[in-house]
Design a protein around this ligand. Structure first.
Ligand code: ADP
Length: 266
């Protein structure tokens, strides 16, 4: 609700009264504003690597090219920045497909335990590099679930790569699944990482929101991982939540509906 006050002026008497206008700030207007913010963010996120690329290319042109080692380092930076932009554009395309609901879910029946084991395997190299121990725990009786495998893998990959990024060497990550009630299962990724300050928790699923911009950038993050995860989970009819304690760790949990016995989703 927006309230505007306008004074009523009379010729000789100064202000004779006030008109208060109560206006409902429509959903439309809010959407428009978040769209504007989004475009501004995207522009900024693309501009940063482009500016870096330009200055390193200029330095090469101005003579760095003659020094083999320096040239190799500068080209490495240009490559990294290019990779970052590719990741960003890929994430943006994915989000926009999810937004326009073009991303039809291709559901198949999946065994949750196999899926979680495979995520742990996909990341085994990175886990070993940081000496992070991983465990997978699936409660007995968790049923197979109809889901879009590629999309849910993307959710798990985003959560897992965050857990690794924000956990110090020697930490632990636990992937688990359990039945929450008759119609839902929950899957969670828990880490013993750096955690998130309380004041940031409300914004953590916003597009481009990062607790520490520099750290996220250094780690190659786009600030879109959690937003994409949320959209995918939503498309499956589930919800996603994050709990965290600074310097203790973070747990992200998402739910998926399971069909009642004997019925299968369309
Ligand atoms: P990014 O690409 O920056 O990782 P995300 O959308 O995946 O973007 O996450 C948003 C922000 O949330 C991150 O920048 C980081 O500050 C915080 N975050 C996400 N997951 C974790 C985690 N497991 N531990 C600590 N902080 C996290």
């Amino acid at each position: 609700l927006r309230v505007t006050f306008s004074p009523i002026h009379r010729r000789d008497e100064g202000i004779a009264g006030t008109i208060a206008v109560l206006q409902d700030v429509t959903e439309q207007e809010k959407l428009e504003q978040s769209r504007r913010e989004f475009v501004a963010n995207v522009s900024h996120e693309l501009r940063t690597p482009l500016t870096t690329i330009r200055s390193y290319a200029e330095a090469l042109e101005d003579g760095a090219l003659e020094e083999r080692q320096l040239a190799a380092r500068f080209i490495g930076v240009i490559r990294n920045e290019t990779e970052r932009m590719i990741r960003l554009v890929t994430d943006l395309l994915h989000l926009s497909r999810l937004d326009s609901q073009q991303a039809q879910l291709r559901r198949q029946k999946m065994n949750i335990s196999d899926m979680l084991d495979e995520v742990a395997d996909r990341f085994s190299f990175q886990l070993r590099q940081k000496a992070i121990r991983v465990s997978v725990r699936v409660e007995e009786g968790v049923p197979d679930v109809w889901l879009d495998r590629d999309q849910i893998d993307q959710v798990l990959d985003n959560l897992m790569s965050n857990a690794i990024k924000y956990t110090l060497d020697g930490g632990r990550i636990e992937l688990s699944a359990y039945r929450r009630d008759a119609s839902t299962i929950a899957i969670s990724v828990r880490d013993t990482g750096i955690g998130i300050p309380k004041k940031d928790l409300n914004h953590i699923f916003d597009r481009f929101y990062r607790v520490d911009k520099a750290r996220s950038r250094n780690m190659g993050g786009t600030g879109l991982g959690l937003s994409i995860a949320r959209e995918i989970v939503k498309a499956h009819g589930g919800t996603i939540t994050l709990e965290s304690e600074l310097n203790v760790g973070t747990t992200v949990t998402f739910t998926l509906p399971v069909p009642h016995e004997g019925s299968e989703p369309a």
